[in-house]
Design a protein around this ligand. Structure first.
Ligand SMILES: Nc1ncnc2c1ncn2[C@@H]1O[C@H](COP(=O)(O)OP(=O)(O)OP(=O)(O)O)[C@@H](O)[C@H]1O
Ligand code: SF4
Ligand SMILES: [Mg+2]
Length: 342
């Protein structure tokens, strides 16, 4: 059992948005609502969910790019959400990020070597000679040639630019790297190379990843644990094997059934579950289960009572009223529904 490095407890991030009518109360966007997540050292947690479910907002809260409304975020028992100024400097070093777009995240006027070196300069890590040596080492570690340090971003391909981003993230020797859709902007042919690079770096450098993705096949390849978000909440959390072999939440089953090669067990073998409509607005989430307006098996209590996240198998939690434990194993009524409607 590995030790937790990052613990998020009951995190809420609400944004107040002004309305056109200056006299009206601002709207509150409940982007993240009571999310708890533990990242164990050296492990990858895959955070999945539709667009707008709050994944990037969780990442931005960890990076302290948005203020938290409530809850706590602890890195090795230090509260990140309460830190300010210099004290947070060391913790900022320890958490780095790789965002989706390898094009816009690199300054076109700065040479690749200086981009990778910039965290060392900003955080004043090492002397000039050690920074130069570190940049050369990182270029090789991510599969670039040290002599490419003098080139500008436009002289690299998309995959190479994401390698520069990865080298920059590695520069201050972080413990945790947040990867927000790191391959979704890349050509399919390049994706596997970048994912394999991230896996190799994790093994070699004992890095922990929070890995955000829409793509279930990518998450299956990368994650040790999976957390599924829907409208600001986690609806299912499980070890990879348990999640992909027996997803329990109707929403997870729908996500997996859309990817036949990945969806196995209950949902995948029984054909595609088509969800109707879009998720409701996070400004006015439904009062009961947030998934109820789209859930094929919703009952009347689902529309009234919000379900809690319950651990129904070892380390496997699900937020649904209807999942029962029969004979020691959780059973989802979705399987019967799928069998009838297939
Ligand atoms: N600064 C902000 N002000 C107001 N609302 C915001 C802000 N940032 C995010 N939101 C809203 O919060 C919700 C969650 O957004 P977020 O970007 O975290 O979703 P996501 O899961 O990362 O989506 P995607 O898969 O499209 O990247 C959305 O409804 C979004 O419009
Ligand atoms: S609580 Fe009800 S509406 Fe929500 S996922 Fe479960 S069955 Fe569907
Ligand atoms: Mg996002």
């Amino acid at each position: 059992m590995t030790a937790p490095i990052l613990e998020i407890k009951d995190l809420q991030v609400h944004f107040r948005r002004r309305r056109l009518n200056p006299l009206a109360q601002p709207e509150v966007v409940r982007a993240v609502d009571r999310v708890s997540l533990t990242l164990n050292r050296g492990q990858t947690v895959g955070l999945v969910g539709e667009s707008g479910s709050g994944k990037t907002t969780v990442a931005r809260a960890i990076l302290r790019l948005v203020p938290t409304t409530a809850g706590s975020i602890e890195l090795d028992n230090t509260r990140l959400d309460e830190l300010s100024g210099g004290r947070s400097h060391e913790n900022r070093r320890r958490i780095q990020y790789i965002f989706q777009d390898p094009y816009s995240s690199l300054n076109p006027r700065v040479r690749a070597g200086d981009i990778v070196r910039s965290p060392l300069d900003v955080m004043n890590i090492g002397d000039q000679a050690s920074r130069d040596a570190r940049v050369s080492e990182l270029f090789e570690a991510v599969g670039l040639r040290p002599e490419q340090r003098g080139l500008f971003p436009h002289q690299f391909s998309g995959g190479q630019r994401q390698r520069i981003n990865i080298a920059r993230a590695l520069a201050p020797d972080p413990d945790l790297i947040i990867c927000d859709e790191p391959v979704s902007a890349l050509d399919v042919a390049i994706r596997a190379q970048i994912l394999n690079l991230l896996q190799r770096l994790k093994r070699q450098r004992a890095i922990t990843y929070l890995f955000i993705s829409h793509d279930m096949a990518v998450v299956k390849h990368m994650a040790d644990e999976v957390a599924v978000m829907y409208l600001g909440q986690i609806v299912e959390k499980a070890p990879r094997r348990s999640f992909f072999s027996a997803p329990l939440h109707p929403y997870s089953q729908a996500l997996l059934s859309a990817v036949p090669r990945v969806g196995v067990g209950t949902a995948g073998s029984a054909g595609r579950i088509r969800l109707s409509g879009d998720p409701p607005s996070p400004i006015a989430p439904p009062p009961g289960c947030r998934f109820a307006p789209r859930c094929p098996i919703a009952e009347s209590r689902c529309h009234q009572l919000p379900p809690e996240l319950r651990e129904l198998a070892p380390a496997h939690s699900v937020r649904c009223h209807l999942i029962e434990n029969r004979g020691g194993a959780p059973v989802s009524p979705m399987s019967e529904w799928v069998a009838k409607h297939d």
